[in-house]
Structures are given as structure tokens and as C-alpha cells.
Design a protein around this ligand. Structure first.
Ligand SMILES: Nc1nc2c(c(=O)[nH]1)N[C@H]1C(S)=C(S)[C@@H](COP(=O)(O)OP(=O)(O)OC[C@H]3O[C@@H](n4cnc5c(=O)[nH]c(N)nc54)[C@H](O)[C@@H]3O)O[C@H]1N2
Ligand SMILES: Nc1nc2c(c(=O)[nH]1)N[C@H]1C(S)=C(S)[C@@H](COP(=O)(O)OP(=O)(O)OC[C@H]3O[C@@H](n4cnc5c(=O)[nH]c(N)nc54)[C@H](O)[C@@H]3O)O[C@H]1N2
Ligand SMILES: [Mo]
Length: 790
């Protein structure tokens, strides 16, 4: 696939003519630029970027009003961006540049209405860039694909529901349908959605978490008995050391910058572990501290940066453990022996493993020197309270589960669990991805949950495990899954192996997408296809019972209500997600005893049922209305471990070999600053110094020299899958960057074409999107002209 070929190109103006042009260096009017960023993160650069977007989306009137209501106690709406918790010290303006972008994007005044669809065939739209598709604005009414005219045409809500209902009822097996969830779906809709799937008879509930934090959930459950972190924001405020692994916080969890700056000011140690020195690993101007903004006063956000090799975190962590254990021979305070004795199991095996692993191996695999590892270990040892936080740099690997478990091992050594200022703290992705799992989106549900659900809801929930994201794609490709429902998200682009995934979707009998904006997944459709437009989180949701609120759960297990503020939604024909699910469910289950219509008149009714089914949701309706909501109890925090041994369990997994084979590199795919997963706001990546370019690959300067490459040279990137098959991208531009030798980085979702469907972790089933084996070669001159669209 050439740079600029669809699917998977970056941004362009929303002018359809421009939309057809490829992105990423192919537009002579906007030449790509690269110059290292030397300013603090957030601050005025962020403010400028927000203003530009408000102007572009013509949201200058609504945008600032909405921003004031975002993340406010008592009646605000939850930022639809990331899952970083709200400031619990009383919510002041706890917002960030990317959250604002996100809200503005949803509140745009532009519309994709029936006239728009009448003007463009699907074949034509398929040639547009992804930015062009989404930036056309909000969807306004349900549409159905008409094969004859190759267009989406309007359809009534009831007819749309009936089309789904008839198709699902005609299936010979409920497992022939799959129900995908993107992590923005609120808890109440989530609960109804999984209830519909299970009442229909399937656990086929793939979700974005299968590509995101599946490894964290599995590791934490195995080690501590519950699949969530234990630290909350108060703990962040009192930790002596913060270890931040594999997160690009300044772009993807910008409100974390506030916590880092605060920590630095009170003298805490902050260690960033990342192949790239990201903006959060330098200094920041805290976004809502206006005097700092005015005075350009930056606060440091790092005390040590360790540029680990891609996949080398586990070796670093083991090195830290080894150093702590060595120290314990003459320093009784190095280990918390009482804690280990009382609360853990498996310590002896782990100690033996650490002792047995030679320093040379730890250095080779981590890509760090022994001195660097010892430095990190010293910081860890000298801190009374430590938090380890991580995101995709840790999880999207073959050994993601083992690495998260190694994080827990290190924490356990010094009793950094179940007390203030300490513990594991994964940074979740989507704003409600954690809530989705809590409320039943799980293809491998626990039997106890199914029992409760069946009891309370009067259904017979299926016991057979369902399919996750990768398994769903494979089953669609084989023709086994024939109906695909996407509750939000952009499955075609977010999933691995774009070409294969698109073919798989096209084999479906029916694809249904509940969305706010037009995206690639609508154009890669089954024989029949529906687009069902829904209200966004910023919009008021009025049902018979009055103005409705939905609840969400953040990264630190706080559940709170979100109420839309925009009185007039993007279109009068939009329905809320719960109402759409109820409509689909009734059509597919005409005789269902579940009171679907009654539930969605007033979401308190859904919450009352959820309170009976879900652990920790007792008295849900009252507690969720407390000013800051409530925190779901995390037993591990109380040193109650729901593991087979009843204790926290050390793991002793072998160290993986993560070194690239000679002549090859390891590629990690990641987000730019100016995108939300598959939504591309612009082709800029401010903190990494890139302008007007997404079809790039960041390479170590020595690796470039070895290949005879200069900056901006076009290259071909070929990934070799485990099964030996290859996938290529042509005409990407090589950018010299400060990252370890043997490592390369570039952007998702474009690079998903390189990620083979079979290359998922055997531990978590997560696609290994941060560890692709690639070769990089100069693009033959014949191909370096402006790439064309297929
Ligand atoms: N603005 C914005 N915010 C977002 C999102 C967005 O797209 N835009 N997406 C949301 C979602 S769904 C998620 S899951 C999160 C994602 O948040 P992140 O995990 O920050 O996402 P990525 O951009 O994939 O960046 C991963 C980071 O890991 C580093 N990395 C790569 N390989 C390794 C490795 O082997 N070891 C270590 N230690 N680091 C490595 C990369 O250099 C990069 O800094 O953000 C959420 N927030
Ligand atoms: N190569 C590679 N691939 C990756 C990753 C990676 O790091 N590398 N990261 C993975 C991760 S962590 C994740 S979470 C997935 C993300 O995968 P998804 O969650 O599937 O993708 P998004 O891009 O977040 O979805 C954007 C779409 O959601 C719809 N939308 C927006 N707001 C709403 C709403 O309120 N309601 C509804 N119903 N729809 C809405 C819009 O139509 C928009 O086009 O991607 C994964 N893919
Ligand atoms: Mo994610």
C-alpha cells in the first residue's frame, strides 16, 4: 500500500476535492516539516491549537460554554476524551487541550445529512481521507445502504430496527452475530447492550479493550484478584516516586501533567520509561494554572528518563528487582519482608529467578546500562511510597501480561500495595472503557456474573465463551459471523490487518454502526448496512422521564454521572444509545420479557437493575448522585486478594527475547498529538516537532545511516508476520529521531496494514501493535513520485 492510499490516510481540508488527495507529504502546498520541539508541554501551544480548532469547527459560541461544563461536579458532562480521573480537590477547570478538541469535534455545526449521501456514492466516499469523512460533521438520521445506487439512503428508525431484528432472527445460531463496543459507551447503555447480546444467546462481545488494556486486566486479576489498578489520585498526590511506563501523557492523558508537575514541586521522583523522550518527560505549563500560562512558567515533570528498547521493560523491571534483592543482603530495609510473608506467595521462586538472570542479559534486553538500571532501583528503594503507571507501551506486546505482572512483582517487594501513595495505576484509554468491562462487556464472563444476570433479568445467559476482536474478524472472514454491530468506534481502522479486516467485514450479511460521525467502517460494509446516528455526550438526552444522565467510570474506578448540556442536539432525529439498543433488542426479541421500552424512559430504572447485578453498585442511584460519584471498592486495595491462594501472587515468567533479528527493526505504532485513535484532527504532531506529515517512520540516526537514508527520504516498510507472510507500506518518509537503535515508530491507524491478524499475544490475545518486525529500505525511485490513490 502506498502512502496516501486509502484506507487509513491522515487529514486534509474537508473540501471533497482535497479529500481525494493523498495525505502525508504528497501535497506540495503543505510540505512536511520536522524540527524538534523545545517548549514545555501544554501551555500556550495548546491554547493556540484549541482556538484554531474552535474556529475551524465553527464552534466558537458553543465550545467555550461546553468547556466550562466539562468534568464539573453536579451536572457537568464527563469529558468524552481519555479516562484520566477528575481532580478530586473540588473540580476547578480540570481540562486539557485534547479534551477540548474532542468536545469541539463532537459539537461541530457541520452536518452529514441525506443530501450529502445523495450526492456521493459509497465508492466515491471510500476514496476520501479519513479526516475528510469525519470532518464533514455529524450524522443526522438513520441510513441504509442501497446496493443499486451504491448510496446510503434514509430509513425510518423502526424499519432500521426491523431490518436488524429480521436478520438476527433468521440466523441459525446466535453466535453468528458479534457486538463490538468502543470505550465511550456509558454504563447504562453498556448494560443494556450486553443484556441484549446474552438474551439473544451469545457472549460475542468484542471490544476496544481487546486491543488496549486486556493484558493489564488479565495480569492484575491473576496477581491481585481484580483486574484494576489500586491507586487513586490522592495516592498520586502522596507518592514519593512515580514510575511512568509506555505512556505519552502530554498527548493522551494530558491531565496527568498536572499530577506530575505537582509531584515534582513537592520533591517526588518521576521516572519515565519510554523509547522516546516524550513531552511529558520534560516540563509542562499546567493547562489551568493561568498565572503560569501568563508568565510562561514551566514546571519540570521528570527526574529520570530511561529510553528502554521496545519490549525491554520487563528486563528493566527485573533489573530493578534484582538490585533491590542484592541490596537486601546487607540492608534489611530494602525489602518489606513482613508484607511479603503475610500477603504474598511465590516470592522464593521470583527471588531465585532474579538472582539467576545475569546483568548482561538484563542490559541487552532492556537496552539500558547497568548504571541506568541501578539508578532506577535506587530511586525505587529510597522511596517509601511508589506508584507504577503504564499504558500501551507495556500492553501491546506478546509478553504484555508478563510485564504487568513483573510491575506487580516489583511493587510487592517493598509492600507498595494497599497503603497510601502506592500501588499499580494503569492509564486506561477511552473515557469509559473500564466501565464497559465492569458493566458486562466481556467475551469471557465469570460464571457468577452470568448467574446473577440470569437471575435478576430472567434470562438464560449463554455459558460458552464468546469471541474477542481478533476472533471476531477471523470468524467473519470464514463466514461464520455474519452480522456485525459496532456500538461506536471505527472497527475497520482500529483493528489490525486493515486489508484482511475490511474483507472480513465485507463478507457480512449485515453491518450496523451506531455512530456520531461518518467513518471508514461505514464504507466497508456488509451486503446490507445501517448507519444509526446517536446523541453525543455533550448533548441533552430527554426521555419521557425527563432529562437523563448516564454514568461512566474513570481509570481509578470512580463512577460519576454525566449530563449533556447542549439543548439542541445535532439533529432532531437522533436517538440516545440506550434508546437505540432498546429498539434493536425489541426487534430481535419480540417476545422478550425484558422491559426494554420502560427501561429507556428513565435510566434510573436501568441503574436499579444494575445495582442488583453488579458487584459494588449497591444503592447505585443514590451514590452516583453524590458530588463526585463513588469509588468501586477494590479489594486488593484493602489487601483482600481474590486469587486462588488468597494472597498476592508473584509471577516468575521467563524473560522474552525482544532483540530484532539482524537487518530488521522493531516498530511500535502510536498516536500523534493531533488525533483521537482513528479520528485525525490534523497532520501535525506538535510535541514531536512534525508538521503536515503522517506517513512517516521515526528511525534512529545510526540505523538510517546504515541503510543509506537521509532525513525525509522515502522508504518502503515491510513487516514479516509470525507465519512468514509480509505486508508493506511504500513511500513513507524517514525521520531521524532520538530513539534506541533497532527501534522504529510510526502512527496508527495507518500502520495497521502492517499488523498481521495472526500476530496477537498468546497471553492476552491482544494484537502486538507495539512490536512489529520490519525492514526499512529506500523506496525505488520509480515509486517516489506523488503516490496515487488506488
Ligand atoms: N488525545 C488523545 N488521547 C487519547 C487517545 C488518542 O488517540 N488521542 N487514545 C486513548 C486511548 S484509547 C488509549 S488506549 C490511550 C493510549 O495512550 P498511550 O499508551 O500513550 O498511546 P500511544 O500513542 O500508543 O503511545 C504509547 C507510548 O508508548 C511508547 N512505547 C512504545 N513501545 C514501547 C515499549 O516497548 N516500552 C515502553 N515503555 N514504551 C513504549 C511510545 O513511545 C508512546 O510514548 O490514550 C487515550 N487518550
Ligand atoms: N496499530 C494500532 N492500532 C490500534 C492501537 C494502537 O496503538 N496501534 N490502539 C488500539 C486501541 S488502544 C483502541 S482503544 C482502539 C480504538 O478503537 P475504536 O474505539 O473502535 O475507535 P475510535 O477511533 O475511538 O472511534 C471513533 C468513532 O467513534 C464514533 N463516536 C464518537 N463519539 C461517539 C459516541 O458518543 N457514541 C457513538 N456511538 N459513537 C461515537 C465516531 O463515529 C468516530 O468515528 O484502536 C486500537 N488500534
Ligand atoms: Mo485504547
Amino acid at each position: 500500500m502506498h502512502a496516501g492510499d486509502n484506507p487509513g490516510t491522515g487529514s486534509h481540508d474537508d473540501d471533497p476535492a482535497a479529500a481525494r488527495e493523498p495525505s502525508g507529504g504528497a501535497d506540495p502546498a503543505r510540505p512536511p516539516e520536522f524540527a524538534p520541539y523545545r517548549h514545555p508541554a501544554a501551555g500556550w501551544g495548546a491554547a493556540k491549537s484549541v482556538t484554531e480548532l474552535l474556529v475551524r469547527e465553527r464552534a466558537l459560541l458553543d465550545g467555550p460554554r461546553a468547556i466550562k461544563r466539562m468534568n464539573h461536579e453536579n451536572g457537568g458532562f464527563d469529558c468524552p476524551g481519555c479516562a484520566w480521573p477528575d481532580d478530586t480537590k473540588g473540580l476547578h477547570l480540570d481540562i486539557c487541550e485534547n479534551g477540548i478538541k474532542h468536545v469541539t469535534w463532537e459539537m461541530t455545526r457541520k452536518r452529514v445529512d441525506r443530501d450529502f449521501f445523495a450526492r456521493h456514492t459509497v465508492t466515491e466516499l471510500a476514496r476520501w481521507s479519513d479526516h475528510a469523512l469525519e470532518s464533514r460533521g455529524r450524522l443526522t438520521e438513520p441510513m441504509v445502504y442501497d446496493a443499486e445506487s451504491d448510496r446510503y439512503v434514509p430509513i425510518g428508525w423502526q424499519q432500521a430496527f426491523d431490518l436488524f431484528g429480521e436478520t438476527v432472527r433468521a440466523l441459525d445460531d446466535p453466535n453468528r452475530a458479534a457486538y463490538y463496543t468502543s470505550g465511550r459507551l456509558g454504563n447504562e447503555a453498556t448494560f443494556l447492550y450486553q443484556l441484549m447480546a446474552r438474551e439473544l444467546g451469545t457472549n460475542n462481545l468484542p471490544d476496544c479493550s481487546n486491543m488496549c488494556h486486556e493484558a493489564s486486566g488479565r495480569a492484575l486479576r491473576a496477581a491481585l484478584g481484580t483486574g484494576k489498578g489500586t491507586a487513586d489520585l490522592k495516592d498520586w498526590d502522596s507518592a514519593d516516586a512515580l514510575f511512568i511506563l509506555g505512556v505519552n501523557a502530554a498527548s493522551n492523558a494530558p491531565r496527568m501533567l498536572t499530577a506530575l508537575a505537582d509531584a515534582h514541586r513537592r520533591g517526588a521522583q518521576i521516572v519515565h520509561v519510554n523509547p522516546l523522550v516524550e513531552a511529558a518527560a520534560t516540563r509542562t505549563i499546567v493547562p489551568h494554572e493561568f498565572t503560569d500560562m501568563a508568565l510562561f512558567k514551566a514546571t519540570a515533570t521528570s527526574t529520570l528518563n530511561l529510553q528502554v528498547r521496545i519490549g525491554g521493560d520487563m528486563a528493566l523491571l527485573r533489573g530493578i528487582a534484582k538490585a533491590v534483592l542484592e541490596q537486601s543482603a546487607h540492608d534489611p530495609k530494602a525489602l518489606d519482608e513482613q508484607f511479603i510473608e503475610r500477603h504474598t506467595t511465590g516470592f522464593a521462586a521470583y527471588r531465585e529467578l532474579c538472582e539467576r538472570t545475569p546483568w548482561e542479559e538484563l542490559e541487552r534486553q532492556s537496552g539500558l546500562s547497568r548504571e541506568q538500571i541501578l539508578h532506577a532501583a535506587r530511586i525505587y528503594r529510597e522511596a517509601d511510597r511508589s506508584i507504577f503507571s503504564w499504558c500501551l507501551g507495556i500492553t501491546q506486546h506478546e509478553h504484555g501480561v508478563d510485564t504487568v505482572r513483573e510491575i506487580v512483582d516489583v511493587l510487592l517487594l517493598r509492600g507498595n500495595l494497599g497503603r497510601e501513595g502506592a500501588g499499580p495505576s494503569p492509564v486506561r484509554g477511552h473515557s469509559n472503557v473500564q466501565g464497559n468491562r465492569t458493566c458486562g462487556i466481556d467475551h469471557r464472563p465469570a460464571p457468577e456474573f452470568l448467574d446473577r444476570l440470569s437471575d435478576v433479568c430472567g434470562i438464560d445467559a449463554p455459558r460458552e465463551p464468546g469471541k474477542d476482536t481478533v476472533a471476531t474478524i477471523e470468524a467473519m472472514a470464514r463466514g461464520e459471523v455474519r452480522v456485525f454491530v459496532g456500538m461506536g468506534g471505527n472497527f475497520a481502522l482500529a483493528a489490525p490487518d486493515t486489508t484482511y479486516t475490511c474483507e472480513a467485514l465485507r463478507r457480512c450479511e449485515l453491518t450496523v454502526h451506531v455512530s456520531t460521525k461518518l467513518n471508514r467502517s461505514h464504507l466497508v460494509h456488509g451486503r446490507r448496512a445501517l448507519i444509526l446516528p446517536c446523541l453525543g455526550r455533550t448533548e441533552q438526552d430527554r426521555r419521557r422521564g425527563g432529562l437523563q444522565a448516564t454514568s461512566v467510570e474513570d481509570s481509578m474506578s470512580m463512577v460519576h454521572l454525566s449530563v449533556g448540556m447542549k439543548r439542541r442536539p445535532a439533529s432532531p432525529h437522533l436517538l440516545s444509545e440506550p434508546a437505540i439498543i432498546a429498539g434493536l433488542a425489541r426487534a430481535a426479541l419480540p417476545d422478550s420479557g425484558t422491559p426494554w421500552e420502560w427501561y429507556v424512559e428513565d435510566y434510573d430504572r436501568i441503574r436499579d437493575t444494575m445495582a442488583k447485578v453488579l458487584d459494588g453498585f449497591e444503592d447505585f442511584n443514590r451514590r452516583v448522585r453524590l458530588p463526585l460519584g463513588f469509588r468501586i471498592k477494590q479489594p486488593a486495595r484493602e489487601l483482600v486478594f481474590l486469587t486462588p491462594s488468597g494472597k498476592a501472587e508473584f509471577s516468575a515468567a521467563p524473560l522474552p527475547d525482544v532483540l530484532p533479528a539482524p537487518g530488521t527493526l522493531v516498530l511500535g505504532t502510536m498516536r500523534s498529538h493531533d488525533q483521537w485513535n482513528t479520528t485525525i484532527y490534523s497532520d501535525n504532531d506538535r510535541y514531536r516537532g512534525v508538521k503536515n506529515l503522517r506517513t512517516l517512520v521515526f528511525l534512529n540516526p545510526d540505523d538510517m545511516r546504515e541503510r543509506g537514508l537521509a532525513g525525509f527520504d522515502p522508504v518502503d516498510i515491510t513487516a514479516t508476520a509470525r507465519d512468514g507472510s509480509t505486508r508493506s507500506l511504500h513511500g513513507y518518509l524517514a525521520i531521524p529521531y532520538d530513539l534506541p537503535r533497532g527501534c522504529a515508530a510510526g502512527y496508527m491507524p495507518e500502520m495497521n496494514v502492517l499488523c498481521a491478524i495472526g500476530d496477537h499475544s498468546t497471553q492476552s490475545d491482544q494484537p502486538i501493535m507495539k512490536h512489529l518486525d520490519i525492514t526499512v529500505t529506500p523506496t525505488p525511485t520509480a515509486h517516489t513520485r506523488t503516490p496515487t490513490v488506488e
